[in-house]
Design a protein around this ligand. Structure first.
Ligand SMILES: NC(=O)c1ccc[n+]([C@@H]2O[C@H](COP(=O)([O-])OP(=O)(O)OC[C@H]3O[C@@H](n4cnc5c(N)ncnc54)[C@H](O)[C@@H]3O)[C@@H](O)[C@H]2O)c1
Length: 268
């Protein structure tokens, strides 16, 4: 949505968990000067919310920008309607974008605009530019986390115990980003964001490693193609209240919001 006046953009945050709380807190402190927080949406009741807790339809009616910090289902179930209502959508749950048909539909839907935060990693701008020039030959994302962060509800007790009991690094999953997003939805935002940047989820190989010694969450992104060879290693501290999320993510969301509002700073 293009704002024609200098009035601050009205922001609704969907999801008041480890990312959403920090985004809310910082917005209230004025972290994004052109943004005014007007509402919070969460499936659970919030005690003493700092701005009104409303449902998603009310949030869409009351805001210019919806900042999703909730989960893939919010993006998949409501993304197109939000954009059709003329609201911009900032996505944290990048895993929702590994379905190429859905991602393509979101790109084309409007008049609202969609932006996916860079989240826990960097280098996506370079990968996207190289991919615009020519398709990559190989792209790999190897993510290493504490074992407990990789246990999933669909695993049987034996598999879960094998992972949590690992004493050495253990390869838990190897496959493409589309499969990985289905099986490890909370851990695949990085691979999903890389897929979105290189415009091909099937090209991106994902390796997930459980490592009891991994105090930091490590992502090694390797890409080779006609424009060059790239390798990024990123190590993030897990968030204090949710070990599946890196503490940096809400700050990336706030930076993406600045970009969306046209105040990107010197490095966008
Ligand atoms: N892009 C990245 O690099 C990156 C990194 C970490 C997490 N994430 C994603 O961001 C999202 C939020 O992560 P988090 O760590 O804050 O999670 P969290 O579990 O701490 O918080 C999620 C909040 O959203 C609420 N919620 C969930 N589904 C909802 C729905 N349908 N409607 C309304 N509220 C709903 C929950 O009640 C909870 O309060 C997750 O999808 C996660 O996978 C992205």
């Amino acid at each position: 949505m293009t704002r024609l006046t200098a009035a601050p953009a009205k922001i609704a945050v969907v999801g008041y968990g480890s990312i959403g709380r920090t985004v809310v807190e910082r917005l209230l402190l004025g972290a994004v000067p052109d943004a005014r927080l007007v509402a919070i949406v969460d499936q659970d009741p919030i005690t003493n919310p700092p701005v009104p807790q409303v449902d998603l339809d009310e949030a869409v009616a009351a805001s210019d920008v919806i900042v999703e910090c909730a989960g893939q289902s919010v993006v998949v179930d409501h993304g197109e309607a939000i954009l059709e209502a003329g609201r911009d959508l900032l996505i944290s749950s990048a895993g929702a974008l590994t379905d190429p048909d859905f991602a393509q539909r979101l790109r084309k839907t409007g008049p609202g605009r969609v932006l996916c935060t860079t989240g826990a990693i960097g280098g996506l701008d370079l990968l996207a530019a190289a991919s615009d020039a020519a398709a990559f030959d190989t792209v790999t994302v190897r993510t290493t986390k504490k074992p407990a962060a990789l246990v999933q509800p669909w695993m049987d007790a034996e598999r879960a115990a094998e992972i949590t009991g690992a004493t050495l690094p253990m390869l838990v999953f190897e496959g493409d980003a589309t499969q990985a997003a289905r099986l490890f939805p909370r851990s695949l935002n990085v691979a999903a964001a890389v897929s979105f940047a290189v415009q091909d989820a099937h090209l991106v190989r994902v390796e997930l490693v459980a490592d009891p010694g991994a105090d930091l969450t490590r992502h090694v992104i390797s890409a080779r193609g006609p424009m060059g060879r790239y390798e990024f290693q990123i190590e993030n501290l897990p968030s204090a209240d949710n070990p599946r999320t890196s503490g940096i993510v809400p700050f990336a969301v706030l930076r993406s919001l600045s970009t969306l509002l046209g105040r990107p700073g010197l490095i966008g």
